[in-house]
Write a protein that binds this ligand. Sequence first.
Ligand code: COA
Length: 381
Amino acid sequence: MIMSDENNERAVIRGLRGVAAATTQISFVDPLGALYYSGYNIDDLVDNATYEEVVYLLLNNKLPTQTELTNLQSKLFSEMRLPKQVVERIKSASPTCHPMEILRTEVSHLGEFDPDPDNTSDSANKQRAISIISKVPTIISFLHRTRTKQEAVAPVKGFSFAENFLYMFRGRPADQQEKNAMERYMILHADHGLNASTFAARVTAGTGSDLYSAVTSAVGTLKGSFHGGASERVMKMLYEINSLDEVEEYIQTMLDDKKKIMGFGHRVYKSEDPRSKHLREMAESLCHQKDTLSIYNKCKKIELTVHDKKGIFPNVDFYAALVMHALGVPRDFFTSFFACSRVSGWVAHTLEQYVDAILIRPTSKYIGEYGREFVPIEKRS
Ligand code: COA
């Protein structure tokens, strides 16, 4: 009997901290506090590019020409419509289900209506990727319209992708400031190296499984509160703290209880998350416009207090929560808005993983017992 093997002597790298598990050209998360998509600094993209240009960049590793961009925009627009079975399923979904649970199911459901599932060529997968990127915001918008007993709203040709998403979700056109905020929010959330949900997508793709399966894995992973689910918990915290005077005690109690403050800390960045400064600015200006500055001031005080007490910074989810709130998005939809943007990174990484074509299969260190004697069921106590 083999009682142990040399593999079992390996050191465990808990949480794969610091392990490089793939090569990528899609994005680089610089621990010193910068983020690049295909070599372009996020600071330049957020000020100058559209979300559609970023989608093209992530899928093709180059910025589009005007013709390429127009082509992509029209493909994205034409792919927004959902199969009627998906529409029916959303209508009959349980009203108590979290939107991310419904999204997880419906992304998987979309796979049933793929017109050519056996065609796994690069071009078929790219077409599929665009279709998924387009349909995810429609699923979320339609779910919200159904839940609030409002008519579904069709996208408008000539609106940007981000603008159409907000329009289909809320049923009214966005003003200029809201349009800018939505565009920037989607660019900032589009990709982020080998984060947990992208890793999940790549693990699924590494087995040779299809794109819908990869995105379904990613949706389920993003949902967790240590990942995309954090923004909903940030909003909960903002409601629990009634005034600026309560901030200090609330944070101290959380830290004394060894609880994590949602929207703070990061596995890679040891200084400020480069997306935070943009989201903070957007939150401040939206709150100014909507006369809800008191909630922004609460956020600022929380940020200073957590930094003073723990030396950590806000991550993408902290001010994103406030941006979503100011745009009129209900709290339980925050994570799904994140998914509607990050889906472009998920599909880009999945296509990259198909090219690398390696099974991602780490090992584990066995710490259980060896050589236990089998006892028949009637003799077990
Ligand atoms: N609140 C309080 N303390 C935190 C913290 C937080 N949000 N994030 C990190 N820390 C502390 C840890 O307690 C630890 O302190 P210690 O050394 O005194 O024990 C230290 O900072 C290192 O944190 P660690 O938990 O090892 O970091 P990690 O890389 O394993 O975790 C996160 C990263 C993102 C999971 C973690 O910061 C977290 O849970 N944040 C809240 C959830 C969140 O906002 N998620 C969205 C991420 S984009």
